[in-house]
Every structure is written in C-alpha cells, then in structure tokens.
Design a protein around this ligand. Structure first.
Ligand code: TRP
Length: 453
C-alpha cells in the first residue's frame, strides 16, 4: 500500500478498530455527560441520537469515501479527487481544527493521569462530595500539576506516533476496549443502585422539549461530530489506510454504534450518581471528575481494595481511550506536515507536539490563574471547544456532504457507498448527503446565529 511510512495499520480489522479507537474517548465519557447536563438531559440525548443517525453516519461514510478513494492525507485527498479546485481548503481547515482540538483535549487527557495517581494512592477514601469538588478545583487551579500531566500525555502521544501505531495500540485496543465496556456496565449498575439515583434516571429518560432551542440543537450536533471524530478528515486519514475491499457503510455503522453505546452508558453512570450525591448536572467540564470518585467510594467504600482496583482500572482505561483519540488527531496533522512540506516524519511530529503543548498550556492556565482573561465571555479552553466542536466540525461536515453528494464522480460514489451494490440504503445516504445534512446544518447555524444577535 502507498505511503507505508505513515502510521500504517496492518490489517483490515486493525484499521476499523483504530477508527473506533479514535471515536471512543473523552468525547463519550467526559464531554457527552457535561453537554447533556448543560442542555437539560433527555431531550438533548434524543436530538443527539437523531444527529448521529441522520447526519453522523452518512457523513462518516462520505469521509471514508474521500480517504479510501484518494489514499492521501486530509488536504491532498481533495487535490487527488478534485484537482485544480479550491476544495483542498476544506482539508486544511480540518487540519487546523485537528490541531486546536489536540491542544485542549490533551489538557483533559492529562487530568486522567492525575486521577490515576489519586486512585493508586487511595486518595478518594473518606472524602465527601464537597471535598471532591474542592480538590478538583485545587488541582485545576494549580499552574503546575495540570501542566506536568499535559506534558506527560503529549509525550505519550508523541512516542506512539513516532514509534508507529501498529504494534502497540492496534493490538491492545482489541482487548482494552471490551474491558472498558464491561467496566462501564458495572459502574452503571453501581451508580443506578445508589440512593436517590431515580432523579438521575428521570433526567436521562424524561424529555422536556419545551427547553429545546437553537443552542441545544447546536450542542447536540456539535457533540455528534465531536464524538464520532467527524468533519475534519481525521477518519478520512484513517480510511486512507483501509484495505480496498473494506465495506465502508458497515464500518461506519459499527463505529457509530460502539461510540454511541459508550456515550449513553457514560450518561447512565454520571447522572444517577450526580443526583444521588447532590452534584449539579450542569457543572460543566468538571462533571465526571467530581462525580465519579463518589461512585467508587460510595459503592465500594468498605471494600477498599476493590475500590482501588476498579478506580485504577477505570482511569487507566480512560487515559488509553483518550490516547487512541489524541493519536488520531496528532496523526492527521503530522501526516499533513510530513507529506506536504517535505519534512521528515520525526520533525513533523515534534512540531505538532511542541505547538499543541504550548497552546494546551495556555488552555490549561485559562482554567486557573488565567480565569479572568476571557474572549467573547469564554475562557481560552472553552473558546477552543466552542469554535472547533460547534463551528469548524459541522462546517467541515457540511462541505464534505456537498463534496461527496454533488461534486464527486457518481461512479466512484456509487461503488464506495453501495459497496458495489450490496448496501441497500444507498439512496437514503445519498439523499442525506445531497439535501438533508447540508440544509439541516445550515439551518442550525443560521438559527443559532440569529439567537446570539
Ligand atoms: N472522537 C474523540 C472522542 O470522542 C475525539 C476526537 C478524536 C476527535 N479525533 C477527532 C474529535 C477528530 C473531532 C475530530 O473523544
């Protein structure tokens, strides 16, 4: 296969697992619960599921088509498929978004390292819910500790990117992802059985559509793109490593179900527990970090060894899930710099690592000492999250659906999306790419901009 010196995936199943590894991460376990909490619960979840089904999956298929038929990085793929046009700017915007996401995502990924440390040293023991909030705020407000965690996490990502993905991550995600899933199930059962968990279940299951506004729609759409790793060519880059007989629609469905399953499960862990211990569901990015330790402590408090074992396992798996996602973000920027600017892969990787560390540092400080410096009323961290997830990713998705729906050669599109005539929902996917997705995304954008004014 061409371009083996990119992080290559050895086998077909490996490439598919890597795509799932990219999708499943902090977006599911950290971002989904706090966005759900910010946007009122069940109604948000239903709209989110609609976005996954009617936008996410078709756009993921489209991104796979672009990557697998061009066999190139996100920017070059447009030059291969649409030479002499301006479409490559879509790829470039995606690469910029990937770089920005890598920067602030790694900050949160770094927090998981702190929590591994706390779990190993049994520091959750004997703390009240208020103590957990205080100690989290103390940690995030500290200029040094989060920065060191960020550095360690960036170096871990860098190390894998430079060493090659195939040997380590690809094989281990085979085992680790199912283990994470089982652990999440177990935690969900524990959380649901805490006293007072019913209110959390109600929050998750009883939709109140009266609170749905443009902001909720934008949030749900952004979360769908973020969680599925869509809109910036990240999955396209991975699809360029797929074997040519890979069934693209089937792969997209599998990735989407796994990803959505993990997110919903995370919701069933967080909200019953949050309501049980009296943590506000709209606590924002701190939500899982102040809620989960309570679950470990309340459910297993008198079995210290079990609480330690399960909490260490959980945070290690969370860190690894985050790592497979940061790798995918890093890889797409590295592949781009390496291939487009004629630099060695190693140099490209260092540039990405160094650049995103510096930006990440500012994001991290913006939650503590830099809290008062805001832009449009948002801290730098929140601004990065807003601009990428709620603007750049859906805008990328809009362009991708138009590109595949209207511009790309019909024969290529038919072969790839219908999987040579075997995938019967071909026409539905095409209809969504041509009409539904672009119109829906544009509508949500316009609606929300109208509200802001
Ligand atoms: N989807 C990942 C998560 O849920 C994050 C992620 C990885 C991502 N690659 C991406 C988000 C590309 C947007 C675009 O944690």
């Amino acid at each position: 296969m061409a371009k083996i010196d990119r992080a290559g995936f050895g086998t077909k199943i490996g490439a598919v697992l890597a795509a799932a590894g990219s999708a499943v991460g902090l977006g599911n376990i950290w971002r989904f619960p706090f966005e759900t909490g910010n946007h009122g619960g069940a109604a948000f979840i239903l709209i989110y599921l609609g976005c996954v089904l009617f936008m996410g999956i078709p756009i993921m298929i489209a991104e796979f088509v672009i990557g697998s038929r061009s066999r190139a990085n996100a920017a070059r793929s447009y030059r291969v498929l649409a030479p002499g046009t301006q479409w490559h700017w879509v790829g470039r915007m995606g690469i910029l978004a990937g770089f920005l996401i890598l920067s602030y995502y790694s900050v949160v990924a770094g927090w998981t390292l702190e929590f591994i440390f706390e779990a190993v040293t049994n520091s959750f023991a004997g703390k009240s819910p208020a103590d957990f909030i205080a100690s989290f705020n103390g940690f995030v407000g500290d200029p040094w500790r989060p920065a060191i965690c960020l550095l360690l996490f960036m170096l871990a990502t860098h190390f894998v990117i430079v060493r090659g993905v195939e040997k380590g991550i690809e094989k281990s995600s085979n085992i680790l992802m199912p283990v994470l899933f089982v652990l999440l199930l177990l935690l969900a059962v524990c959380s649901v059985s805490l006293p007072g968990a019913m209110n959390g279940l109600k929050f998750l299951l009883e939709p109140d559509f009266s609170k749905v506004d443009g902001n909720v729609l934008l949030g749900a759409m952004g979360q769908a793109f973020f969680s599925l790793s869509l809109g910036l060519g990240c999955l396209g880059t991975y699809a360029s490593y797929f074997r040519s007989d890979t069934n693209l629609p089937k792969t997209a469905f599998n990735v989407a179900w796994i990803d959505t399953g993990v997110a919903v499960l995370a919701g069933f862990i967080i909200f019953p527990a949050a309501f049980s211990v009296g943590i506000q569901p709209d606590a924002g990015p701190s939500l899982i970090f102040i809620t989960l330790p309570n679950v470990f402590q309340q459910a297993f408090g008198n079995l210290t060894w079990l609480a330690i074992l399960l909490s260490v396992m959980f945070y290690v798996l969370l860190a690894l899930a985050a790592l497979t996602s940061t790798i995918s973000q890093h890889e797409m920027v590295t592949a781009y710099l390496h291939e487009e600017f004629n630099m060695t892969r190693k140099k490209a990787a260092w540039l990405v690592t160094g650049g995103s560390f510096v930006l990440g540092l500012f994001c991290s400080l913006s939650l503590g000492v830099g809290k008062d410096y805001t832009i449009f009323g948002l801290t730098l961290f929140d601004l990065f999250d807003f601009v990428t997830a709620k603007i750049m990713l859906p805008a990328g998705g809009l362009c991708i659906s138009i590109f595949v729906g209207w511009y790309l050669d019909k024969k290529i599109v038919w072969e790839a999306i219908s999987n040579n005539g075997t995938f019967r929902l071909y026409k539905v996917v095409i209809f969504i790419l041509k009409f539904f997705a672009p119109i829906a995304i544009a509508f949500i954008f316009i609606n929300e901009l109208g509200l802001i004014r």
